[in-house]
Design a protein around this ligand. Structure first.
Ligand code: ATP
Ligand code: MG
Length: 504
């Protein structure tokens, strides 16, 4: 039904697409997979009319079509949920959803109908907010759901979904998949970009894999194994090294780095106690919004708790602002890089170096050459795909921006590293590399606290996992207790009688 053939796109010296092709049939869900920077979002943007290819053709039902603008794309029945959301933060939920497609009566917006449509969509997507809420006040995951709801409202024949689940949690993904199955039954075609491999097997019929700007293979998902997919993405067979060393659970002789006691932060955090020892990687699991982000930000000094205490290196913390936490050797990486971590219009080199200058105040004594070398080393070590170091950070693909933020903080060698969904949008291969680097740092004495929306990632990286449920610790999983099943059921609040196992 839809076919893209031989698409080329250059951004200056960077070749984003080189002879890329794909096709999708009616009522089919096509997975578009590939490493960070391989060209997935650019393909999506070509279809959405935001990127003009240098050459290549697009066909609809065998007929060539021209997509030169967003309007052309909409005319062909395409709607898009973008990776870097298209919502306008300072506008209300209702205005964002309806933007440009308001229901009309006698030439005026039909307010009553508009309200009804929006309420129905919010209910369908299980989005818990008011139509009049400003988008900027909503959680990142809620914003992602809205981005999809907005696209679905446009009743597309073809729906493009670019990493929409990156900041969604377990329950939200279930809701989304339910809606996708409904649309599929109605004959809607979808192109689905994701780095979460299990989703490909769960929801997609066919797959096209990209590697360095090219589409290297297409076929039925059922004809591929996970190893096959990684192979086509990277050109190498994956090594099987996901055996996490089950370290002894005896912490008696280890230095206690973080000791959170009876923490309360209204409204989400009710009563959280947790510990992290020197050189340990501690996970925080749970569905969206069970207090994970708040606790992490409280340790950093960005959020003020109402009750309880936080000890860091044996002393009560009195951080007034995150900068105090950073001065005390605490690093913080968040998946919300646009809001919390990046300077999009500054060069890549400065973005990598920024953390170090904040800590050491030595930026001004360094030559450009030194900054460049420092940044180039990080680019090499983390495999960040860039054009030039002096390009703005916003020119990087989503996953490469995230790798840049990770590189910056780890380069600061913090004593305690706080990670709030750090590998959001990072491809499976780079994620392994980041995990390896985090493990190496932990082995050298860095303490790590990581919250992740992806349960597999959490299982893989953490030695112990505190599972949050309704603002309390529902379970602490360690050693043989740490299984995917226990994690998921604790996330749903199913396992209440595990409290006695909380390590003291
Ligand atoms: N506006 C732009 N200016 C310069 N370079 C760009 C621009 N947009 C994309 N690129 C480059 O094109 C390449 C492909 O980027 P794209 O965003 O399509 O990757 P992706 O496969 O979506 O990656 P990710 O998984 O990280 O989102 C990258 O090297 C990126 O830096
Ligand atoms: Mg992308």
């Amino acid at each position: 039904m839809l076919e893209m053939r031989g698409i080329h796109k250059r951004f200056g010296a960077v070749v984003a697409l080189n002879d890329a092709s794909l096709s999708v049939n009616e009522g089919e869900i096509l997975a578009l997979a590939g490493s960070n920077g391989s060209g997935k979002s650019t393909m999506i943007k070509v279809l959405a009319g935001l990127v003009a290819p240098n050459s290549g053709k697009i066909f609809f039902d065998g007929k060539e079509v021209a997509i030169h603008s967003g309007t052309d794309s909409v005319k062909e029945g395409i709607a898009t949920a973008f990776q870097d959301l298209s919502l306008i933060p300072t506008m209300s939920v209702q205005d964002n959803i309806l933007l440009g497609c308001e229901p009309k009566k006698n030439g005026f917006v039909d307010e009553k109908k508009a309200r009804k449509i929006v309420l129905e969509l919010l209910e369908k997507f299980h989005i818990d907010c008011d139509p009049d809420d400003y988008v900027q006040t909503l959680m990142p995951s809620t914003q992602s759901m809205l981005e999809v709801a907005k696209a679905v409202y446009r009743k597309p024949k073809i729906l493009l979904l670019d990493e929409v689940t990156a900041s969604l949690h377990y329950d939200e993904i279930e809701t989304l998949f339910g809606i996708m199955r409904e649309l599929k039954a109605e004959g809607v075609s979808m192109i689905y970009v994701t780095h979460r491999m299990n989703e490909i097997f769960q929801i997609c019929d066919t797959i096209t894999i990209m590697r360095s700007s090219n589409t290297v293979i297409s076929g039925k998902v059922s004809d591929f194994s996970l190893d096959d997919i990684v192979y086509y993405m990277t050109g190498a067979r994956p090594e099987h090294s996901d055996t996490v060393a089950e370290k002894a659970e005896d912490f008696a002789d280890r230095e206690l780095v973080v000791d959170v006691k009876d923490l309360a932060i209204a409204p989400k955090v009710k009563d959280i106690s947790m510990k992290a020892y020197k050189g340990e990687i501690v996970g925080i699991g749970g569905l969206e919004g069970q207090g994970q982000s708040e606790v992490i930000r409280a340790i950093l000094g960005a959020v003020k708790p109402e009750g309880g205490s936080i000890d860091y290196l044996g002393k009560k913390t009195k951080f007034k602002a995150p900068a105090d936490g950073v001065k005390a050797g605490i690093g913080f990486i968040s998946g919300e890089r646009n809001v919390e971590a990046m300077f999009p219009i500054r060069p890549i080199s400065e973005n990598i170096f920024a953390g170090n200058s904040a800590k050491n105040r030595m930026f001004k004594f360094l030559t450009k050459k030194e900054v460049r070398k420092f940044s180039q080393d990080a680019v090499d070590k983390y495999n960040i795909k860039i054009g030039k170091l002096k390009d703005p950070a916003s020119s990087l693909s989503g996953g490469n921006q995230q790798k840049l933020v990770v590189a910056r903080w780890i380069a600061m060698k913090p004593n305690l590293l706080l990670l709030d969904d750090p590998t959001k949008g990072v491809d499976i291969h780079s994620r392994q590399e980041i995990h390896d680097i985090i493990r190496e740092c932990a082995a050298n004495g860095m303490t790590v606290i990581i919250s992740a929306s992806d349960t597999e990632e959490l299982m893989n990286i953490s030695e112990r996992i505190y599972v949050f449920y309704e603002g309390k610790v529902a379970a602490m999983l360690a050693g043989p207790e740490k299984t995917q099943e226990r994690l998921v059921s604790a996330m749903m609040g199913i396992n209440e009688n595990k409290k006695e196992e909380l390590a003291e």
